[in-house]
Design a protein around this ligand. Structure first.
Ligand SMILES: NC(=O)c1ccc[n+]([C@@H]2O[C@H](COP(=O)([O-])OP(=O)(O)OC[C@H]3O[C@@H](n4cnc5c(N)ncnc54)[C@H](O)[C@@H]3O)[C@@H](O)[C@H]2O)c1
Length: 723
């Protein structure tokens, strides 16, 4: 088997273990690692008397990437014994390392996430290099897993139960080295490689006989053990607090992490490590970890790697961006572009209006400086890259235009006509419209091949998705350029074909329609909101509708109706009209919508809602409430695939989770169809059942099961949304 760890013993008796898997771009906890680590430990133990200490470091850009997700993502119940054995070997060797009787220092030269940090936790001292992009943490929970190479066991013993759970294990936070230091995960942060190795040697010299805290006779768990009086009094509240944090959603990984931590804190270290393995294997062989690994490891890598970028197309890199409109979106787009090192010129109707983009950037930058994420000089440099104007001259030389004026086709066309003669002759022309078809907008533009949709999400600095919309005349160079620009500013770009609302705005509309429709039927609004949160949606649909604004929802629907194009009247339309036209409840910005708002904060659901329903207090079972929302979106996503709006399932899955809050446990909207109990056929049967009860919009595509049959994964878990 490949040797993945180099062993070098210096004249000073210090052994440097260099993690360097020759077959992979990053080190992972695969079988080759396990075999190499066993061999290394045999040798360390044999040479112990001649050794001064050990430094563990890596030859890769990242220190160590973590578990072998490709293998873990395929695990079935039949693989459980082999997995348990592999985990057992990995943990036994890390235990041998920390009980070697010689000082062991982790020289963390890059990202140490998951397995990487778990190796470092088995060292006596951790020094992290403050490398750009370096992140430290245990993000397993975000993949539906738990840290199973000692990560739960050691963080609980190092930080205490409460701190380990709330700062590291349940958040899955990927921390910068300075944050990891503050959280107590590393002991030192240094600026250079040399300093890291010097400090490692110094620490070894000063600590010839170290032991892990938990191996010392006087060890006390920080914050007490579950048996101690203080913690015992708080423990019964933990599951309830977790439920509250998850807004009632039943997610197996956080629950398993809590169980592992509490159980492990009550037993000796060896037993705790076994408890961890047992819980990890349950998660690994279940469906939800597969869904999440599929989305956040496989799909995300494919999308960011350029699966949708036209291959072999050369596209000149964008250097100077014109942003038209300094509203909420324009200001956000200007900020992310400047932050990525691009020059930005923001134009609005007046100097004052345009200036809001700089104010917005100034606020975000000041916050980043306050939080220690950015130096003052760097912040000033970002701000200096943003120029604002009401004129045209400053736009000269821009090689991309991103338009974010009001959602009005005539206005959008007018601003493009104004700026096109001023910017570079081959500048990319992009609109951030959220619903208007790109082909229609391009019709009035001089260079339709360079025209494209770049649909950002609010707030732009936080939301990772970019939906690139290809119009009928959009050329491959424009697509490649938009894609490269998206990656340059740190976004995950999916690529879709044109259509009203494209993919994301259209499908999220079905979620809101279905929820509002249930309120119109007489389902209590609070039940609808709670059902969505328990299904794993990050926000209730009625709160979301208020956020979007009911006036906008009404306007978009009327545009759609006017355009014909297969418009279907829905029960929700009447309710939205009632809210806006008769009761003056336009949504959050207007201070009143489904909720009341005071001083910008969301208050209670409006008490008048029940009076607008056709029936009082309609009882719909919880699984139906949840699946009406999930299915409404999934069925429309399938239609998007049929109509060619969506080009790939991968884009659908990533776009649905990152853009419109489709529950992450599903692994994305099409994976939801595939992994539903009984596979696509089971999904189709349940859709037919919903159609019989609630309306034709749930009728599944006739050949769904056959169409999705290829590559359909075996299903061996239960959907949690209906729990
Ligand atoms: N709000 C969202 O969540 C969201 C999300 C994605 C896309 N969008 C789309 O982004 C666009 C802008 O939305 P927003 O929420 O930022 O709107 P906004 O109302 O906050 O800002 C629009 C800005 O455009 C400016 N403007 C108007 N006419 C102009 C002109 N002739 N030249 C230059 N600037 C002009 C206005 O002064 C205003 O500052 C819309 O097309 C919208 O559909 C919005």
């Amino acid at each position: 088997m490949t040797d993945t760890i180099r062993y070098d013993r210096g004249a000073d008796g210090i052994v440097t273990l260099t993690l360097d898997d020759p077959d992979q771009s990053a080190n992972t906890m695969n079988r080759a690692y396990a075999a190499s680590m066993s061999a290394v430990l045999d040798r360390l133990e044999a040479e112990r008397d001649e050794l001064t200490g050990v430094v563990v470091t890596s030859a890769k850009q990242t220190f160590f990437a973590g578990g072998d997700l490709d293998e873990m993502g395929r695990a079935t119940r039949a693989d459980a014994p082999a997995l348990a054995e592999l985990l057992g070997t990995i943990k036994r060797d890390l235990r041998r390392l920390e009980t070697l009787g010689r000082p062991v220092v982790a020289a963390i030269n890059g990202a140490a996430l998951g397995g990487g940090l778990e190796i470092a936790l088995a060292c006596h001292h951790r020094i992290a290099l403050d490398a750009p992009g370096s992140r430290i943490g245990l993000p397993e929970v975000t993949l539906g897993l738990l840290p199973g190479a000692g990560g739960v066991t050691r963080t609980v013993r190092m930080l205490g139960l409460a701190a380990a759970l709330t700062t590291v294990l349940l958040t899955g936070r990927r921390m910068r080295p300075a944050e990891a230091l503050a959280a107590g995960l590393v002991d030192e942060v240094v600026a250079t490689d040399e300093e890291m190795l010097t400090r490692a040697r110094e620490w070894i010299a000063a600590n010839p006989h170290p032991a892990q805290p938990w191996d010392r006779p006087d060890y006390r768990m920080p914050g007490g053990t579950p048996a101690s009086r203080g913690l015992a009094a708080q423990l019964p509240a933990y599951p309830a607090n977790l439920r509250k944090q998850l807004k009632g959603a039943r997610l197996p990984a956080p629950e398993a992490i809590l169980a592992t931590a509490v159980e492990g804190a009550q037993v000796d270290l060896e037993t705790a490590l076994t408890v961890e393995t047992r819980h990890l294997i349950t998660l690994l062989t279940g469906q939800i970890a597969k869904n999440m690994i599929g989305a956040f490891h496989v799909d995300l890598r494919a999308v960011n790697g350029g699966a949708a970028r036209p291959s072999g197309v050369e596209a000149a890199a964008v250097r100077k961006v014109a942003v038209l409109g300094a509203g909420m979106m324009g200001a956000g787009i200007a900020y992310v572009c400047a932050k990525a090192g691009l020059d930005v010129v923001v134009r609005d109707v007046s100097e004052e209006a345009a200036g809001r983009a700089r104010e917005h950037a100034g606020k975000l930058l000041a916050r980043a400086v306050r939080r220690g994420r950015l130096g003052e000089a760097d912040a000033q440099a970002v701000l200096a890259r943003i120029t604002t104007t009401a004129g045209l001259d400053a736009l000269a030389g821009c090689d991309a235009v991103i338009e974010a004026v009001f959602e009005d086709p005539a206005l959008k066309q007018a601003v493009f006509a104004e700026v096109a003669p001023v910017v570079a002759a081959d500048a990319l022309l992009a609109s951030n419209t959220s619903t208007l078809p790109i082909t229609g907008l391009a019709a009035q533009v001089a260079r339709p091949a360079d025209f494209i949709g770049m649909h950002f999400f609010s707030p732009v600095d936080k939301m990772p998705l970019l939906e690139i919309v290809v119009g009928e005349q959009t050329g491959d160079v424009a697509l490649a350029r938009a894609f490269d620009l998206g990656r340059r500013i740190g976004k995950t770009p999916i690529v879709v074909n044109d259509g009203r609302g494209f993919f994301t705005s259209r499908v999220i509309g079905r979620f809101i329609d279905e929820a509002v429709g249930m309120v119109a039927e007489g389902v209590p609004a609070a039940s609808v909101e709670q059902a969505a949160l328990q299904a794993g949606y990050p926000t209730g649909p009625l709160a979301l509708a208020d956020e979007v604004s009911l006036t906008l929802i009404q306007r978009i629907r009327r545009q759609f109706e006017a355009a014909g194009e297969g418009f279907v009247a829905l029960p929700s339309h009447r309710l939205v009209d009632d809210m806006v036209d008769r009761h003056d409840r336009p949504g959050r910005a207007g201070g009143r919508g489904f909720y009341d708002y005071a001083d910008g904060a969301r208050g209670r659901l409006w008490s008048g809602l029940a009076d607008l329903a056709t029936e009082a207090g309609r009882a719909v079972p919880l699984p139906d409430l949840q699946e009406r929302m999930l299915f409404a979106e999934a069925l429309d996503a399938l239609r998007c695939l049929d109509e060619g709006v969506l080009r790939t399932e991968t884009d659908a899955n990533i776009g649905s989770i990152l853009g419109i809050g489709f529950p992450a446990w599903t692994g994305g909207v099409i994976r939801y169809v595939r992994q539903y109990a009984g596979g696509p056929a089971g999904f189709a049967a349940r859709a037919a059942d919903l159609a019989a009860r609630y309306g034709d919009r749930f009728t599944p595509p006739a050949d769904l099961a056959a169409r999705l049959a290829a590559g359909s994964p075996a299903r061996d878990g239960q959907p949690v949304g209906a729990a």
